[in-house]
Write a protein that binds this ligand. Structure first.
Ligand code: ADP
Ligand code: X15
Length: 404
């Protein structure tokens, strides 16, 4: 069923709560890639131009202890957004209480404020992970601050958290509108087409570091995909499941039995690395070499796929008509381990007449770094979210938006 969109709702003079996904890479309080902020601009500008009072919420990173807070403040995002909008975006260093409420009550139409990282609620109180465990009281509190809720955080849509699902339920219960933003609308349109009418051969490429998060999606992608190429940090749990030596490579022991089951179920659909670039430590300065085969020496870690694997992946990609890529093939931020991601990205960009979809913060950054972004059909702002969507799952963040 079609979802309510922000343009269906009257936002003039209204306090508009908008959940965005501003989970951008930040190093030393500097944003290193602002894609997700730029992607939210159409909705933000629409609300400003239509004289809403815009109150932005987002998470940033995974907040596990008070020590994480200094590096995960949203303050740099407010600054970047001010520059992009050419208008002041007021940063509120809390996300609950009188300071926030006063700032909201003092807003004029067209003003924008951004409250502090919603995941600070996971550690700042005596009630446990209020944001990530979707404490209904927190959703109700945030909902009480506004008249309209707009969810534009596609990248977070696979999470059922207080700031996307809890707030939406509380708004709806209070008879207030819950609408999708334009980014959410665009993502659903593109990915929906890929799920409903995938032209075969359909190839899924998986990599990156969020092994336990993303391994489960493979189960549902097996029947949809003709081939599943697995590289990056994701690959070594699978190679270990096959009994190979993986040295000090990224490995999640409690996912080995799942990897075994998936390998059995997928048969030869799953294609794993056959050689690697290995290093003594996770550093661009570390000694590194290419292995002669699949086995990884005990004291080394694999940080990229090797040349034979690149060839194997390129060959498997030939003739593909739909390709979904999530997660880099290696630690591509370090130049010595970027080649696998570069070559696989190039192969993707060179495909003729294919629908190519890349998802995830790091994968998108890689595609841009490689200069292939323009050659891809769709760059999704969601990594895990796009994968779960492509699995055919109903994402909780989307389900909680009102139907038209
Ligand atoms: N072999 C590897 N070992 C360790 N980390 C890796 C490896 N390959 C890729 N990575 C890391 O994976 C991260 C990206 O993973 P992930 O967050 O799952 O992707 P995305 O953000 O695109 O969804 C990058 O920081 C990259 O350095
Ligand atoms: O960056 C995100 O996911 P992604 O890396 O899978 O694209 C989203 O903002 C969700 O973050 P989370 O995986 O910490 O819940």
């Amino acid at each position: 069923m079609a979802k309510l969109i922000v343009s269906d709702v009257d936002v003039q003079d209204k306090k508009v709560l908008m959940r965005a996904d501003f989970n951008v890479p930040v190093k030393d309080n500097q944003i290193t890639n602002d894609n997700r902020i730029v992607a939210a601009l159409p909705t933000i500008k629409y609300i400003i131009e239509h004289q809403g009072k815009l109150i932005l919420l987002s998470h940033l990173g995974r907040v596990k202890s008070a020590a994480d807070k200094a590096g995960l403040t949203l303050k740099p995002v407010a600054q970047r957004l001010s520059e992009l909008l050419n208008q002041d975006v007021k940063f509120i260093p809390v996300n609950e209480g009188p300071e926030l409420e006063t700032a909201i009550n003092n807003m004029n139409d067209g003003d924008v404020i951004l409250m502090e990282n919603t995941r600070f609620q996971d550690i700042d109180n005596d009630f446990g992970k209020r944001e990530s465990k979707n404490d209904p009281k927190l959703g109700e509190y945030w909902a009480s601050l506004g008249d309209v809720f707009v969810n534009d955080a596609f990248g977070t849509a696979h999470r059922s958290h207080a700031s996307n699902v809890g707030i939406a339920k509380a708004m709806e219960a209070a008879g207030k509108p819950v609408a999708a933003g334009f980014l959410m609308e665009k993502e659903i349109k593109f990915l929906g087409n890929a799920v409903e009418n995938p032209v075969h051969p359909f190839v899924t490429i998986l990599g990156g570091a969020k092994v336990s998060d993303k391994i489960a999606v493979i189960d549902n992608l097996i029947p949809k995909s003709d081939h599943i190429l697995i590289g990056g940090g994701m690959a070594y749990t699978f190679l270990a499941a096959q009994g190979h030596k993986i040295g000090k490579s990224l490995f999640e022991e409690d996912r080995v039995s799942m990897a075994k089951d998936l390998l059995q179920k997928a048969g030869d659909k799953i294609v794993l690395p056959v050689d690697h670039v290995v290093a003594s430590e996770f550093s661009n300065d570390a000694d590194h070499e290419v292995t002669s085969g699949v086995e990884i020496p005990e004291e080394m870690m694999a940080l990229d796929i090797g040349p034979q694997t690149i060839k194997l992946f390129e060959d498997t990609l030939k003739g593909a008509k739909t390709v979904v890529w999530n997660g880099p093939m290696g630690a591509f931020e370090m130049s010595n381990f970027a080649n696998g991601t570069l070559q696989v990205g190039k192969a993707l960009g060179d495909l003729q007449g294919a629908t190519t979809i890349v998802g995830g913060g790091d994968s998108t950054a890689a595609a841009q770094q490689l200069g292939i972004a323009d050659k891809l059909t769709h760059i999704s702002t969601g990594g895990g979210a796009s994968l779960e969507y492509l699995e055919g799952k109903e994402l909780p963040g989307i389900a909680a938006i009102s139907d038209k």
